[in-house]
Design a binder for this molecule. Structure first.
Ligand SMILES: Nc1nc2c(c(=O)[nH]1)N[C@H]1C(S)=C(S)[C@@H](COP(=O)(O)OP(=O)(O)OC[C@H]3O[C@@H](n4cnc5c(=O)[nH]c(N)nc54)[C@H](O)[C@@H]3O)O[C@H]1N2
Ligand SMILES: Nc1nc2c(c(=O)[nH]1)N[C@H]1C(S)=C(S)[C@@H](COP(=O)(O)OP(=O)(O)OC[C@H]3O[C@@H](n4cnc5c(=O)[nH]c(N)nc54)[C@H](O)[C@@H]3O)O[C@H]1N2
Ligand code: SF4
Ligand SMILES: [Mo]
Length: 671
């Protein structure tokens, strides 16, 4: 028995993009730990990934292609060979293309793996096929739009700069669950005396590691930011020199917008008392290096992009963007590090095909015409669980005339509706190149174990499909490593000056930040654009989110023990989470006659979902919280969280609005 230790990268949709050390014995991963040489991971992993080998070698892994034998959704299949699976798919697609054209075929993918090759493996194939295109906006495009409207392409600070801050604000981020390694720098700042604030809609686990938690009404943060700016002006705590040199539109904001946001009004909108607003503004204005870490949750509302845009203006008033250890961090944009056009191959598309928004897959499967969607190919995503309006999604997936192929590691809610299921490799079984959206690290990973069962990577499957469809391009005859080598052969200014030797050795390296990141703002005007003439509303202002008729705002927050619907195969993690809970304030529970541990049903016009009730003062009145996206087989009722979320989109960038829904709650009837 020989033990080998190999390097890999955490493939999940998490800003940390940790470096992994994998202990391998006889082709099996036996232990996974954090890479001590990774600058952000520093040798520790989150509770989800500590036992990644149990996901990789789970008895639930799909090991053969499968053909449906029972009703859609029943999960009844028989094993078939890869040849039969690929032949059946190609034959069915050729028939559909002949009858209705290639736009009747729709790919559906997101971020099951973040590796640049495997995540984007289908783009070239579907462009060449002429299929409908998927608008991939389920995560946080409104956050990006809001940030860019003010800051353009200016690079975010290095995340570790937070160590130098003297006031840290975790704003709409449950960092202990979703960005745990960032807390290393936060802890250092706190040790040096910096107070740490959390601004959220309920007391998340992160509230246990901060000094103050401020609970705001859902979707009201834009008003909070305007209120704080009003007070900064009133208290004379603005940086006039910085504003005059580096900011466009402050005077207009001050004269036209801020007078409308006095503390009394902002208090009514946000639920924070006026004196709290006063003290927050004072502390923020007096801090020398205030650092905001902005999450994504608050961008998933009908006013999401405007909320982010407004918050991003706040540090400009105190000159925080000009200082190390201060400013605002939303995410790092490392997209220019690699020339992704070489992988995506949009040039394979002969005519611009129609675009379907992934948040409206429920609508598209049921309503879209000319042509209707006749085939869905799902990879690296689990739309039956993660997409909004689950009842519509499942209704669409149940269509007998829809030919669905799902390429997956596990029998997910979506795979159960497939006509053909293809087994997918895990990240340890495939090569890839990773960049991060929470750090400036990049890292290359090679397969460290052979494929489990007959599983194949996304890229391998698209090469097989390309051959079966008769695509002649040599592009489809390369390996994933060929593609990575090609990407690395294309120079990029962002990779200049990086440590090549360390990168070649398989370790993570950091892309160097430009020297002028604090003085040269990459916007059309060269200044921070509080006033942006290209926006429909040139100045930020507050408007309310969609809301709804229900008495409770529903927070559909991330789980500490899962990542979206990933990790649900893991009994150890599910046991720790215990059950699918709905959290409610004691006064609301009393008014409804509900008790701790009751079986309850949350409902609205879209659907009904069963939960176990957990009563806690950490949730304010008028709000209920459901953490995590569960697989249906583990849910107490026939639906999971997204039966309560709508397909409405954000104000800008066509994003999802997972947090912008209301519900009522009743006790489940005994049957
Ligand atoms: N453990 C774990 N880690 C994850 C994930 C997971 O599911 N579990 N998901 C991954 C993915 S895909 C992503 S995009 C990131 C997301 O990471 P985050 O940005 O941390 O998560 P979000 O879901 O965006 O929401 C974060 C917080 O926003 C709060 N919130 C909701 N509405 C409002 C509001 O109106 N105002 C304020 N101030 N706060 C509000 C929620 O209560 C929640 O605590 O995390 C990634 N990492
Ligand atoms: N209610 C509610 N819904 C949400 C959210 C929320 O906060 N609340 N968050 C939303 C957000 S931010 C996001 S980003 C989306 C995420 O939505 P998805 O990207 O769909 O995320 P996952 O649920 O993690 O599902 C990924 C699937 O990919 C599979 N997979 C992993 N690696 C591979 C691979 O190499 N090949 C193939 N073929 N498959 C692979 C995994 O087994 C898993 O089933 O969910 C959204 N949905
Ligand atoms: S913190 Fe994020 S990147 Fe790191 S191991 Fe956990 S899920 Fe992966
Ligand atoms: Mo996401």
């Amino acid at each position: 028995m020989t033990l080998k230790i190999k390097r890999s990268v955490c493939p999940y949709d998490c800003p940390d993009a940790c470096g992994l050390l994998i202990e391998v014995i006889e082709g099996k991963a036996v232990k996974v730990s954090g890479d001590p040489d990774h600058p952000f991971t520093r040798g520790t992993l989150c509770p989800k990934m500590n036992r990644y080998q149990e996901t990789v070698h789970s008895p639930l892994r799909l090991t053969h292609p499968l053909l449906r034998t029972g009703e859609k959704g029943s999960g009844q299949f028989q094993p078939i060979s890869w040849k039969e699976a690929i032949d059946r798919i190609a034959q069915r697609w050729k028939e559909i293309i002949k009858r209705s054209g290639p736009e009747a075929i729709l790919p559906y993918s997101y971020a099951g793996t973040m590796g640049l090759i495997q995540r984007n493996a289908g783009h070239a194939f579907f462009y060449k096929l002429g299929a409908s295109r998927l608008e991939r906006t389920i995560c946080s495009p409104a956050k990006e739009a809001g940030w860019k409207a003010v800051i353009g392409n200016t690079p975010a600070p290095h995340p570790d700069e937070v160590e130098e801050s003297d006031l840290v604000i975790l704003w709409g981020i449950n960092a202990i669950a979703t960005n745990i390694h960032f807390l290393h720098g936060v802890k250092s700042a706190r040790k040096k005396g910096a107070p740490v604030w959390l601004i959220d809609t309920y007391k998340t686990l992160t509230s246990t590691v901060v000094d103050h938690t401020y609970i705001v009404r859902p979707g009201s943060d834009g008003a909070l930011a305007l209120g704080l700016m009003h007070l900064l002006v009133r208290q004379g705590l603005i940086d006039k020199d910085f504003l005059a040199t580096h900011v466009q539109g402050f005077e207009a904001l001050k004269e036209k917008i801020l007078p409308d946001y006095p503390p009394e009004k902002v208090s009514r909108l946000t639920g924070l008392p006026p004196d709290t607003l006063e003290s927050m503004a004072k502390a923020y204005g007096r801090a020398k290096k205030p650092f905001i870490r902005l999450g994504s949750g608050l961008s998933r509302y009908g006013n999401g992009a405007m909320t982010i845009r407004t918050i991003v203006c706040l540090p400009a008033l105190v000159g925080a963007y000009g200082k190390r250890g201060a400013g605002c961090f939303t995410s790092t944009n490392t997209s220019e590090a690699f020339c992704m056009e070489a992988i995506l191959r949009e040039d394979f598309m002969l005519k611009k095909t129609r675009i379907v928004n992934m948040n409206q897959i429920g609508w598209a499967l049921n309503e879209l015409k000319d042509p209707s969607i006749e085939s869905l190919y799902v990879y690296t995503s689990n739309p039956a669980a993660v997409a909004p309006d689950q009842n519509q999604v499942l209704k669409g997936l149940a269509r007998e005339d829809l030919f669905t192929v799902v390429h997956e590691r596990f029998m997910t809610d979506t795979a159960r509706y497939a006509d053909i299921v293809l087994p997918a490799t895990s990240s340890l079984e495939q090569s890839d190149l990773y960049r991060s959206y929470g750090t400036y690290c990049i890292q290359r990973a090679k397969a460290v174990i052979p494929p489990v069962g007959e599983s194949k990577s996304n890229w391998e499957v698209f090469c097989l499909l390309a051959k079966a469809m008769g695509f002649e391009e040599p592009f489809f005859r390369q390996s994933a490593d060929d593609l990575i080598d090609h990407l690395l052969s294309i120079p990029s200014p962002m990779r200049e000056g990086m440590d090549q030797k360390t990168f070649q050795s398989g370790k993570a390296v950091e892309l160097p930040l430009p020297k002028d990141a604090r003085t040269k703002f990459r916007t059309p005007s060269g200044k921070i654009e509080i006033l942006n003439p290209k926006e429909p509303h040139p100045l930020p202002h507050y408007f309310p989110p969609y809301g709804g008729n229900g008495p409770f705002y529903l927070m559909t927050a991330p789980s500490f023990y899962a990542l979206n619907s990933s990790f649900r195969e893991r009994t150890d993690l599910r046991r720790k989470e215990r059950a699918m809970f709905l959290k409610m304030n004691p006064a609301d529970a009393e008014a409804k006659g509900l008790r701790e541990g009751d079986s309850v049903v949350a409902f609205n016009s879209l659907g009904e979902v069963s939960f176990l009730l957990r009563i806690t003062p950490g949730v304010p009145q008028g709000v209920v919280v459901a953490e995590g996206i569960w697989w249906l087989e583990h849910a107490p009722g026939p639906r999971s969280i997204n039966a309560l979320t709508s397909q409405r989109l954000t104000d800008r960038a066509q994003g999802s609005t997972f947090y912008d829904n209301t519900v009522d709650v009743r006790k489940a009837s005994k049957c």
